[in-house]
Structures are given as structure tokens and as C-alpha cells.
Design a binder for this molecule. Structure first.
Ligand code: ADP
Ligand code: ADP
Length: 238
């Protein structure tokens, strides 16, 4: 269960001293555990900022002013570090390359587990499980940056899920991908739906796809959630 109540966020003053407009304004919604939730809206609407708030990057790692509440499965994001929150929330960004920093695919997945002190044999097993989940078995030793965009995003998803969080937040994960890479990412999310019980929240420009994919859609404009539907207002054939 995710609860957001009257969330407001203003980024820190600009270099010229001007105050940016509030990027999130009076945002309130609930998400039931196990839902697939789409966040849609035009560029600049606040989708990325909301994703960062759900992952705790806002307010913990960003300069600005926040008011309101964000609670993810009982954890108030303002009261926990991003690393503590990362046990509950996996986070995948738009740019596939900037979030991969290890020398090999297996290190990328091992890293969050080593940080938490998991035993080597458990880590080894988890790498296999995660690579199977994202369809990347056989890529363990590859250099992440040598992969295609779709493959890199799948490794990023594997790393985000390595510690088995309850919630996965993806910020326009396909925006930088070609149609093939985009399909690969959507296929992985479908596989997650079928094989795991977790909440998935995705900001996405492709509203057509979201209408078919999501149980709930948050439509953002200018920092506000102007519509929160269970997607029944959209045509869908699922
Ligand atoms: P979206 O993901 O929907 O494109 P964003 O969350 O990136 O929207 O941006 C929401 C608003 O916040 C925009 O007006 C954007 O210019 C502003 N914004 C985003 N990041 C920053 C930042 N680091 N500093 C100041 N303003 C920002
Ligand atoms: P997106 O649309 O995917 O959210 P943007 O192009 O809005 O991406 O933002 C790209 C980067 O620039 C982000 O790191 C965001 O925080 C930053 N950014 C966006 N708008 C502003 C702004 N007005 N001032 C400072 N940084 C910004």
C-alpha cells in the first residue's frame, strides 16, 4: 500500500536566484499492493519528480522544499534513508547507461546485495534468478555498456529487483529505446506481473500502451494529478 497526501515539492532556487514553480502541487492518491500503475502527462508535468518522491530521492537526495506525506508500505520516505527505502522500492531511470556503473552484468546485480551483506552463494543464486526474470541468462560476464539499450534497461530492472523490493518504480524506462528495446522492457514487466506479486509504477509517454497495461492511471498536468482512474475510463481489451 502506498499513500501520498498533499505532497508539494519545489526545487531549490535556480542559478539566477529565481524560484522555480512547484513541481508537485497538492498531490494525493493511494495505490493498492499488487497494482500496476501508469503515470502519464506531458513533458514537465512532474512525472519524474513524482517517481523520485516515491523512491525517496525526494526529499532525501534532492535540494528543495517538501511538504505532505509519502508512505510506502508503512515507511514514511522523509524519515528513512534512500538505502533503507531501497529494500522496499526499486527504481529504474530513463537513461539506461547512467544507472549502470559496474564492470559486468553480474556485478551490477550483486552490488545491492553485497551492500546488504548477503552471503556469496545466495548472491550467486539471485543473479541467476534475476537474469532469468529479465531474459538475460548468458549475459553474466558482459560489460553493461556494450549491450543494447533494451538489454541495459533489463539489467537495470534486474539490479533494482535484486533485493526483492515490494514496489518497482520506473521513470519513462523506454523513452530512450528503439521499438525493439521498448518491447523487451514491456515483455519483462508482463513477466513480472505473471510471476511475482509486486506493485509496479511506471511513468510513460505511450498512453496507448498504458491504457492496456495499467490497473490505475495517474494523469499529471503542471505538477498536479488531475485524474486518478482505475483505467476503466480507457478502452482496453485485457
Ligand atoms: P516530467 O517528468 O513530467 O517531464 P519533471 O518531473 O521532470 O516532469 O519536471 C516537473 C517540473 O519541474 C518541470 O517544470 C521541470 O522543469 C521542473 N524541474 C525538474 N527538475 C528540476 C530541477 N532539478 N530544478 C528545477 N526545476 C526542475
Ligand atoms: P524528463 O522529462 O524525463 O523528466 P527533463 O528533460 O525534464 O527530463 O529533465 C532532465 C534533467 O534536467 C533532470 O535531471 C531534471 O531534474 C533536470 N531539470 C529539468 N528541468 C530543470 C530546471 N528547470 N532546472 C534545473 N534542472 C532541471
Amino acid at each position: 500500500m502506498i499513500t501520498v497526501r498533499d505532497l508539494n515539492w519545489q526545487y531549490a532556487p535556480l542559478a539566477d536566484g529565481g524560484r522555480p514553480a512547484n513541481s508537485l502541487k497538492h498531490v494525493s492518491f493511494d495505490i493498492k499492493s499488487g497494482s500496476f500503475v501508469g503515470i502519464i502527462g506531458p513533458t514537465g508535468a512532474g512525472k519524474s519528480t513524482l517517481c523520485m518522491a516515491l523512491a525517496g530521492i525526494i526529499p532525501n537526495l534532492a535540494d528543495g522544499t517538501m511538504s505532505g506525506l509519502v508512505e510506502v508500505n508503512g515507511m514514511n520516505t522523509s524519515r528513512h534513508s534512500v538505502s533503507a527505502l531501497s529494500e522496499r522500492v526499486g527504481y529504474v531511470q530513463q537513461d539506461p547507461e547512467s544507472q549502470l556503473f559496474c564492470a559486468s552484468v553480474e556485478d551490477e546485480i550483486a552490488f545491492p546485495l553485497e551492500n546488504r551483506g548477503f552471503a556469496p552463494d545466495i548472491i550467486d543464486r539471485q543473479i541467476d534468478i534475476m537474469l532469468d526474470l529479465v531474459g538475460m541468462t548468458g549475459y553474466r560476464k558482459r560489460v553493461p555498456t556494450s549491450l543494447s539499450g533494451g538489454q541495459m534497461q533489463r539489467v537495470a530492472i534486474a539490479a533494482a529487483l535484486a533485493a526483492e523490493p515490494d514496489v518497482l518504480v520506473l521513470d519513462e524506462p523506454t523513452a530512450a529505446l528503439d521499438p525493439e528495446g521498448k518491447q523487451e522492457v514491456f515483455d519483462v514487466l508482463e513477466r513480472i506481473r505473471q510471476t511475482r506479486s509486486m506493485t509496479v509504477i511506471m511513468a510513460e509517454q505511450d498512453t496507448e500502451h498504458i491504457a492496456h497495461w495499467a490497473d490505475q492511471v495517474l494523469f499529471m498536468v503542471n505538477g498536479e494529478v488531475v485524474r486518478n482512474s482505475d483505467a476503466s475510463l480507457f478502452t482496453r481489451e485485457r
